[in-house]
Design a protein around this ligand. Structure first.
Ligand SMILES: NC(=O)c1ccc[n+]([C@@H]2O[C@H](COP(=O)([O-])OP(=O)(O)OC[C@H]3O[C@@H](n4cnc5c(N)ncnc54)[C@H](O)[C@@H]3O)[C@@H](O)[C@H]2O)c1
Length: 257
């Protein structure tokens, strides 16, 4: 059951990596709140399909999608600028994009490492950089950075991803102080293992699921909607005094590997 935040009605939201997974759930959820939503993704097909789904129910101007690779900083910043100009405002930036490719440390090349950081860390900085002048014009604006619980626990074969996700917590704290003077809040969300379609197809073996439940305080799996509900709260005026925080949404997972 998702709460309806009247303060979010007609607010403008930009979501990176919004075509699939948690990003797509957030696109749908913010639209249901009456927001204007722009999203970008590398996956042009999934993005176009989601946009068509939304526009079947809504006036066309309520949602927009552009196929953008966030490692192209100029294209990323142009997409945010264009959305803010089109909506005439920007209230919420969700830095959701990620690539959680796994690779043993011995196999990582300088190019792999830089690519990992370009997607998982640099995109959040450069998106926020171009969004801030728009966000600062609003009485209540919010940046939500998608880190991960692995930033705290660590994870085998994911040194680049874990490092980038830890970097997002530092970025959150740095920008919260800088943007706070202009009324913009910046928080990080650290999900545990979320049952997206991709995670189910790629990694959710019966053994892994069993282990997750054993390590979890709450004996249930995290759904994309659970995470989207936290993003809604952080976007809304109900969280008006929360900034610079790294909030775990992980069902109370233990710190075992
Ligand atoms: N699903 C989980 O279990 C989990 C756990 C912890 C943290 N997270 C974080 O939550 C966020 C959402 O997770 P998810 O599982 O839905 O992610 P995902 O990997 O399934 O989806 C991310 C989206 O980003 C897009 N993308 C990837 N590279 C891109 C690029 N270069 N340019 C533009 N788009 C690109 C993908 O096409 C995809 O639509 C991510 O930041 C992820 O790291 C997820």
């Amino acid at each position: 059951m998702t709460a309806l935040y009247s303060c979010l009605r007609d607010k403008a939201v930009f979501i990176t990596g919004g075509a699939t997974g948690i990003g797509a759930t957030m696109v749908r959820t913010f639209v249901q709140q009456g927001c204007y939503v722009a999203f970008i993704d590398l996956n042009a097909e999934a993005g176009a399909a989601l946009l068509a789904e939304l526009q079947a129910e809504l006036p066309a101007e309520r949602a927009s999608f552009a196929a953008v690779d966030v490692t192209d900083v100029q294209a990323l910043q142009q997409a945010i600028d264009a959305a803010a100009q089109r909506f005439g405002r920007l209230d919420v930036l969700v830095n959701n994009v990620a690539n959680d490719q796994r690779m043993p440390t011995a196999q990582v090349t300088p190019a792999n490492w830089r690519q990992c950081h370009a997607v998982n860390l640099d995109a959040a900085f450069f998106a926020t950089q171009v969004a801030l002048p728009f966000l600062q014009q609003q009485a209540s604006a919010s940046v939500i950075n998608f880190s991960s619980v692995v930033a705290v626990t660590g994870k085998v074969d994911m040194a680049g991803y874990v490092t980038a996700k830890a970097g997002l917590i530092g970025l959150t704290k740095a920008l919260a102080r800088e943007a706070g003077a202009h009324g913009v809040r910046v928080n990080a969300v650290l999900p545990g293992w979320v049952r997206t379609e991709r995670q189910l197809n790629s990694w959710f073996t019966p053994e892994q699921q069993q282990r997750w439940l054993e390590d979890s305080a709450l004996k249930r799996f995290i759904q994309p909607e659970d995470v989207a509900n936290l993003a809604l709260f952080l976007a809304s005026e109900q969280s008006v005094m929360i900034t610079g925080q790294a909030i775990q949404i992980d069902g109370g997972i233990s710190l075992s590997d």
